[in-house]
Design a binder for this molecule. Structure first.
Ligand code: GLY
Ligand code: MN
Length: 478
């Protein structure tokens, strides 16, 4: 196992989470869970095609949030009953140092984060065995990596099929209760991530033109993040086939008349994410038909943002955006009936099959590994299984400190149109016979990031991302 060098260095701007914040977070978690042992497994280096050729190391976000240790192959225990915080790990061997450089000792790494007790990794299982013999409950989080499943099997004797039933909902809910509210320190770092993300998008507006390849635009976008020492918060989507919502292929050459869709964001060195989308003409201007759809989408965007206020369920913002899309589609003769009803029963999803947005923080879809039902939904509120609504990751009432994205889109997905038509879905609302000329339209969206304040909402980022047609055309000429 090759330990990674610590990357949890301050952002180039100097912004960082202070060691005191990590201590405060742990102390609050202890009080909230109340008793037992909290087990946190840090992430390992993972081989892509052989062991030493690894994916970029990414620490687990909850491990980062509570311990601030950006090194591979660590585990941590918070023993609430004994009032102990212990990090388990191994010192570097001379081979590790030869290949990856030296690091502070485990003790020094931990001390910098306010943790006084560090022990060799082979003592973790003994510690947990003894705790279980004393009758202490071991709280652990849902594993999302195979190596963690194997590790939990070794540590707790639970095979992977049993693990999800034994996950600690108490720990999950306590972590969500904390990580869901961003403090000023976090918001400043997220805003930095958003600013870098905006610069990535501005690079695309300048780069996009007929004759170049999707991969060239993606490279120009990613360069902005990488040259600042940042990484990507998710794989870049850069395509003229935007009806494929997560299109990472980079296989097309751009041509006059295409819509170019970019969905890309930066992850800062402190690992907070930005996430923006843009849609732009490949040529100088959109076609008339594209401008109409773009403006319907902008109407839906504004309708959603108008709803963002403490206490308002994000589902209402989603429905406001969906209603505007239905209104627009009705004005083009593609839908019929009452747009409000079309939105509420789910007919909108033919053109807008995803959710309006998602929480954002240390993960671009924040805490999705802990369970969307805990993050985006209030306790007892079931997530719909209906196509469209089932992709709504955030539905709960908004509260100050929530950071999330807004990203309505309009997509013409031929396979979905064919399926719904064959199934006679929502025939009171959709004019399937009018959709033929629109099948090759592709798709478009914009995405911005927001924080709820005590009395409203604030768009994150101090650099303007183009939104109106005039702004889009001007950014292309910049
Ligand atoms: N930006 C990609 C996504 O939100 O899924
Ligand atoms: Mn997003």
């Amino acid at each position: 196992m090759v330990p990674s060098n610590n990357r949890l260095s301050p952002c180039p701007s100097g912004l960082r989470v202070s060691p005191q914040s990590y201590e405060r977070r742990r102390s609050r978690l202890k009080k909230d869970v109340g008793s037992g042992i909290l087990l946190f497994l840090g992430n390992m280096e993972v081989g892509m095609n052989y062991a030493d050729n690894t994916y970029r190391f990414r620490q687990d976000s909850s491990f980062l949030y509570f311990f601030g240790l950006d090194y591979a192959a660590l585990a941590a225990v918070i023993d609430i009953d004994e009032d102990r915080e212990i990090v388990f790990g191994n010192e570097l061997t001379i081979d590790d140092i030869v290949w990856t450089g030296t690091q502070p000792t485990l003790h020094d790494k931990c001390e910098a984060m306010g943790i006084k007790d560090s022990r060799p990794m082979n003592e973790l299982k003994t510690y947990l065995d003894q705790a279980r013999r004393r009758g202490q409950h071991i709280h652990f989080l849902p594993p999302y990596r195979g190596d963690h499943q194997v590790w939990l099997w070794e540590l707790l004797g639970l095979n992977p099929a049993e693990q999800n039933n034994s996950v600690s909902q108490r720990l999950v809910k306590a972590i969500v209760r904390q990580r869901i509210y961003k403090d000023e320190e976090e918001i400043a770092i997220i805003e930095e991530a958003v600013n870098i993300s905006t610069q990535m998008h501005l690079a695309a507006y300048r780069k996009v033109r007929p004759g170049i390849h999707e991969a060239e635009v993606a490279a120009a976008v990613e360069e902005v993040a990488c040259k600042g020492g940042n990484t990507l918060s998710f794989p870049t989507i850069a395509t003229v086939k935007g009806q494929v919502l997560h299109n990472h292929g980079f296989i097309h050459t751009l041509k006059e008349g295409d819509i170019f869709l970019l969905d890309a964001g930066a992850e800062t060195r402190m690992h907070y994410a930005g996430d923006l989308s843009s849609s732009m003409p490949v040529g100088e201007r959109f076609t008339e038909r594209q401008e109409i759809i773009y403006n319907i989408h902008l109407d839906s965007f504004r309708a959603a943002v108008d709803m963002l206020h403490p206490g308002v369920p994000f589902r209402e913002a989603h429905l406001a955006a969906a209603t505007k899309i239905c209104e627009g589609m009705k004005s083009l003769g593609l839908m019929k009936g009452d747009p409000v009803e079309a939105a509420h029963i789910g007919a909108y999803a033919l053109f807008f099959p995803c959710g309006l947005g998602h929480m954002m923080g240390l993960d671009v879809h924040n805490m999705e590994n802990l369970g969307e039902e805990y993050v985006g939904y209030n306790e007892g509120e079931a997530k719909s299984t209906q196509f469209g609504f089932k992709s709504l990751r955030l539905a709960r009432p908004l509260e100050p400190g929530f950071v999330f994205t807004v990203e309505p889109g309009i997509y013409f997905i031929p396979e979905l149109i064919d399926k719904w038509e064959a199934e006679h879905q929502f025939t009171d609302f959709i004019n399937y016979d009018k959709l033929g000329p629109w099948r090759d339209f592709t798709g478009l969206r914009n995405e911005l990031d927001y924080v709820i304040t005590t009395d409203g909402v604030r768009q994150l980022g101090t650099i303007k991302k183009p939104m109106t047609l005039e702004e889009v055309y001007a950014a292309k000429e910049a």
